[in-house]
Design a protein around this ligand. Sequence first.
Ligand SMILES: NC(=O)c1ccc[n+]([C@@H]2O[C@H](COP(=O)([O-])OP(=O)(O)OC[C@H]3O[C@@H](n4cnc5c(N)ncnc54)[C@H](OP(=O)(O)O)[C@@H]3O)[C@@H](O)[C@H]2O)c1
Length: 263
Amino acid sequence: MIDDIRPLAVVTGASSGIGYELARLAAEDGYDLVIAADEPAIVEAKGALEQHGGKVEALQVDLSTTDGVDELVALIGGRQVDALMANAGRGLGHGFLDQDWTQARLVIDTNVTGTVYLIQQVARDMRTRDRGRILITGSIAGLMPGSFQAIYNGTKAFLDSFAWALRNELKDTAVTVSCLMPGPTDTEFFERADMLDTKIGSDPKKADPADVALTGYRAMQKGEGDVVAGFKNKLQAAAAAVTPQSVLAEQHRKMAEPGTDQG
Ligand SMILES: NC(=O)c1ccc[n+]([C@@H]2O[C@H](COP(=O)([O-])OP(=O)(O)OC[C@H]3O[C@@H](n4cnc5c(N)ncnc54)[C@H](OP(=O)(O)O)[C@@H]3O)[C@@H](O)[C@H]2O)c1
């Protein structure tokens, strides 16, 4: 059992990539952890994160389902959550009409439905206690129509927007909501999304997930509204705000259409 002496952080998608690095930062910072992901690698992550001295509970669970989220909430068991990092997510390449519906729906259910359901369950308690930090992993992908990754970009547009709305709803409380908006990051994301034959997926200069996580973690601790990770991505985000949607969609096609990789 985790006791109440150390602060508690809940991190989803903590088995790899950005989520693992977020969990590592929290562990180094003295948090006990509840971590979740849907494959057995979450148990290996638990072992590595325990090296930082705190207590770590790991749950292998599919967070695209209401039952899965309920299982995670049951594991938290009413304890005070000081930080919730809602990071679990997945992508999916190819043209929308060529995608398998089950896979497409999994992206929506994981990135949107499971994420906001978990946030609702945890944030109600934070509001009651008037205390807590929430970090949502959105994306700069949410700022542009995602030709050949249409569902994914739509889910991230949802999260980028949702984070600001919830933040505003909680402005008279001490609960903060921050949105981390990474650009292309060197994780298992593109392989899982079947996008290795695209320009963006095969780009050798993706960001280091440890750097991206640190940017998000600091923003969460400062209670900032959102943060775009990396200078180049900041420029891209600024440009997206003044570029017509049709142009952005065409630019995205050039990065994400199968066969656009440079070999
Ligand atoms: N990499 C990028 O370029 C990039 C850019 C912007 C935003 N992001 C966002 O960053 C977040 C983390 O992605 P990443 O790049 O670090 O990729 P990653 O290494 O593939 O990590 C994704 C994590 O989410 C978990 N996950 C996925 N579906 C799940 C489900 N249904 N239930 C429970 N856990 C689930 C995975 O667990 P399992 O391994 O157990 O499946 C894994 O721990 C995602 O929200 C992603 O959209 C990534």
